[in-house]
Design a protein around this ligand. Structure first.
Ligand SMILES: Cc1cc2nc3c(=O)[nH]c(=O)nc-3n(C[C@H](O)[C@H](O)[C@H](O)COP(=O)(O)O)c2cc1C
Length: 219
């Protein structure tokens, strides 16, 4: 059982998205899975070029992106992965630029234009999608975020079989709040993190364990 994970934050190391992903992968490993993490910002690739090679009739291979860049070997590994885990910060109310580009390249070759309900990905697998964001819980609805999360979740489920969301809200953005602009006082951010981030990481870990379980229709 092999799980591939993708970090859509330019910040690796101990930052929010990377930490959530690491907890999820720990959970997966504790359940016996092998894992591999790709930091998208360290790869040289672009989004879909709209060449439609992946929609051409009589093409040699189905579900394969024609672009040749750093993502090509990664997408090749996706074809045989048992589960996928994606993590991204929210940037301007959407996924980060690298994650958006990745989602296009990951999904579009598997989208069957003749029958959306019958994707070209050869199996049904579990996927997980983690978002981390600065916004506090009480502003989530009014900013329309749940619809964004659900759209991305729905798309992954449509291409791969199923997708489960985990969110971390009101994340810490800086190590030293005294040095940067902030809408909330440092102590307030620190208190929120103290009370919530551990639980968020716990939910990420549980997601990682669930990704190792046999596929079931969505749930
Ligand atoms: C360019 C940029 C845009 C951002 N836009 C949003 C936003 O629209 N909504 C939000 O809640 N947080 C926003 N944030 C905050 C990040 O989503 C949040 O701090 C996230 O947890 C960072 O993840 P990381 O620590 O893994 O890099 C933004 C941050 C940056 C750098």
């Amino acid at each position: 059982m092999k799980i591939l994970a993708f970090n859509g934050s330019p910040r690796t190391g101990k930052w929010n998205t990377a930490t959530m992903l690491e907890h999820a992968l720990d959970g997966a490993r504790s359940a016996g899975a092998g894992t591999e993490l790709f930091n998208l910002y360290q790869l040289d690739f672009k989004g879909c070029a709209s060449c439609f090679a992946c929609k051409r009739k009589g093409r040699k291979e189905v579900g394969v992106c024609a672009l040749r860049d750093d993502l090509q070997p990664v997408l090749e590994k996706v074809r045989s992965a048992d589960a996928l885990l994606l993590g991204t910060p929210v940037y301007y109310g959407a996924e980060s630029a690298a994650m958006r580009a990745f989602l296009e390249r990951l999904q579009f070759p598997y989208l069957n234009y003749e029958d959306y309900s019958n994707p070209h990905f050869p199996r049904k697998i579990r996927t997980g999608l983690i978002y981390t964001m600065n916004i506090p819980d009480e502003r989530l609805e009014s900013m329309g975020y749940p619809a964004l999360f659900e759209r991305a979740r729905f798309n992954l489920a449509r291409h791969f079989g199923s997708c489960e969301l985990v969110l971390a809200k009101n994340t810490t953005q800086y190590t030293d709040y005294a040095k940067y602009e902030s809408y909330a006082p440092a102590e307030e951010k620190a208190r929120y993190r103290e009370e919530h981030f551990g639980q968020d990481c716990g939910r990420a870990r549980e997601l990682g364990v669930r990704l190792t379980e046999p596929f079931q229709e969505q749930e």
